[in-house]
Design a protein around this ligand. Structure first.
Ligand code: NDP
Length: 496
């Protein structure tokens, strides 16, 4: 394909041009186009959902034995690994993340397919203790058409987390990737085709979420939505789901506290806090964006942290030494800048960053440096709202009771970090923090085998984990009568 050619979309088992407006995706490091495609139209949504429904009913996928479905998922994992470098380079262009990071995301997508293949073929249904003349069982059935709606910050990894368990469970999937990062979802559909997944079981509909994502969510044949994105979009989807009595899982935003206690190992804490907020240029739902440091340590710790943050390598995502690439778009960088200006207007001081870099690539792409604000309180807007960029707000704390109150004082409750040498103290604190994930003496580490999700405005439901497959299945109870006689109530006797 040349750049000027329009990429086809995967809709109901065929590769064809979308029916919506033509647009280009762009490389955030240079602002140059990467690919042209036509967005999907509402007719394409209809075709994709109908095609998925037909494939669910007639392809035999749902009826295949779990180990047979697993074979296809293992093949998908294998093909992702075979094409890993190509996918990682494409993802770098799609969303501007440094190449080392996109390689890790591609590897994690392969691992996710492998994991859910194993989960699928080892999933046990149960015989429940009988309380009558019957054998009672609890079994699981696939749901039908699942919609997977994903954001722009971790393409392929986000899609894999939804598509792998949904397919493993026997469903069909329609993906609505972020409008600005559609390329990896399309590649994933190619790989599914090449791995022998029956046609129509996967469709990809790039384009505006307010149009396509909304239509997909409302569609009567869509039986479950798995969404990752912003909290306001998540709430909108939850309202639609309530009207349809449709289950949804929502992985939403965060404003996670990272806590450095006075007995922390400072080398580990500095490295962990830096990684927690500045990796992925802060465009991470679990970014540790509120930092609480024991007052006695505050100055020496902040001096070390600031010096180390100033050394982070911001620049060309293709360079393997780069630690931070550009932000996703010009509009998103402006939003980050507005938050920094707001923090200053709220009385904050800049300890580091806060100015666009300039020269060379910096003049073309949407770069923003590591930025640290201080002198602010937890109640201020920059501490309460998700910035989704490389902006850390640092605050000293005096006692643990106030610390816990402040750390938990947020609409969000996605993740938290604790740095302490005293494991009993860290354990006690970790149990008191309200968050879906608490990291102790580490941060932003992930395992597909460990459930992930948020409390409160950070979401509903959990992804990952061996039982993550169950959210894409309906539970059914089966009773097998073992009576020697007809049921007594009717008064009918055997043989009469
Ligand atoms: P959005 O909520 O704006 O978008 C997410 C997806 O939803 C996109 O595909 C978007 O399409 C689509 N969408 C938009 N409006 C609707 C609608 N009305 N109905 C259905 N779908 C819709 O989030 P962002 O793309 O801005 O992503 C950043 C957010 O994602 C942050 O808040 C971040 O915290 C969160 N996130 C959460 C994670 C988690 O696991 N908890 C992980 C990663 C990110 P379009 O492209 O047109 O906008």
């Amino acid at each position: 394909m040349t750049l000027e050619q329009t990429l086809p979309l995967c809709i109901a088992g065929t590769w064809r041009l979308g029916g919506g407006a033509r647009y280009a995706t762009c490389y955030p490091a240079t602002g140059e186009p990467v690919a042209w495609l036509n967005a999907a139209s509402l007719d394409d949504v209809e075709a994709a959902v109908q095609g998925a429904h037909q494939a669910f009913l007639h392809s035999g996928w749902a009826q295949r034995k779990p180990h047979e479905r697993a074979t296809v998922l293992y093949r998908i994992a294998g093909l992702i690994r075979e094409r890993a470098e190509e996918l990682a380079q494409l993802q770098r262009q799609d969303n501007g993340k440094p190449i080392n990071e996109t390689r890790a995301l591609v590897a994690s997508a392969a691992g996710t397919f492998q994991f859910f293949a194993a989960a699928c073929e080892t999933l046990e249904e149960t015989i429940t203790p009988s309380r009558g003349d019957f054998v009672s069982m609890s079994v699981y059935e696939p749901m039908g058409v699942v919609a997977a709606i994903t954001p722009w910050n971790s393409p392929i990894a986000s899609e894999a987390q939804k598509v792998a368990p949904a397919l493993a469970a026997g469903n069909a999937v329609v993906i609505k990737p972020a409008e600005i990062t559609p390329l990896l979802a399309l590649q994933l559909a190619r790989i599914c085709d090449d791995a022998g997944l029956p046609k129509g079981l996967i469709s990809v509909l790039p384009g505006k979420g307010s149009l396509l994502g909304d239509a997909l969510t409302r569609h009567p044949l869509v039986k479950r939505v798995s969404f990752t994105g912003g909290t306001s979009t998540g709430k909108h989807i939850a309202h639609i789901a309530a009207d349809k009595m449709m289950p949804v899982s929502l992985e939403l935003g965060g404003k996670s506290p990272t806590i450095v206690l006075d007995d922390a190992d400072l080398d580990h804490a500095v490295a962990g806090v830096l990684y927690g907020i500045f990796s992925s240029s802060g465009e991470a739902c679990i970014a540790g964006s509120r930092l609480f440091v024991a007052r006695a340590l505050y100055e020496p710790f902040m001096a070390r942290l600031t010096a180390a943050a100033a050394q982070l390598r911001l620049g060309d995502p293709a360079d393997e030494r780069t630690q931070m690439g550009p932000l996703i778009s010009a509009a998103h960088r402006e939003s980050v800048e507005r938050y920094v200006a707001l923090g200053l207007a709220e009385g904050g001081r800049l300890r580091l960053g806060g100015q666009r870099p300039s020269g060379g690539l910096f003049d073309q792409g949407f770069f923003y440096p590591p930025t640290i604000l201080e002198g602010l309180g937890n109640q201020q807007q920059v501490c309460q709202e998700e910035i989704f960029g490389p902006v850390l707000v640092a605050m000293p704390f005096d006692d643990e009771a106030t610390l816990i109150e402040q750390a938990n004082d947020s609409l969000y409750a996605l993740a938290a970090g604790i740095w302490s040498r005293d494991y009993k103290r860290a354990w006690a604190l970790g149990r008191k923090l309200q968050a879906g994930t608490v990291w102790i003496n580490t941060y932003k580490q992930f395992s597909i085998s460990t459930p992930f999700g948020g409390w409160r405005d950070s979401g509903l439901g959990r992804e990952k984990g061996r039982l993550g497959i169950l959210q894409y299945m309906e539970q059914k109870s089966l009773y097998w009568g073992m009576n020697e006689q007809p049921l007594a109530w009717a008064g009918v006797e055997a043989g009469q």
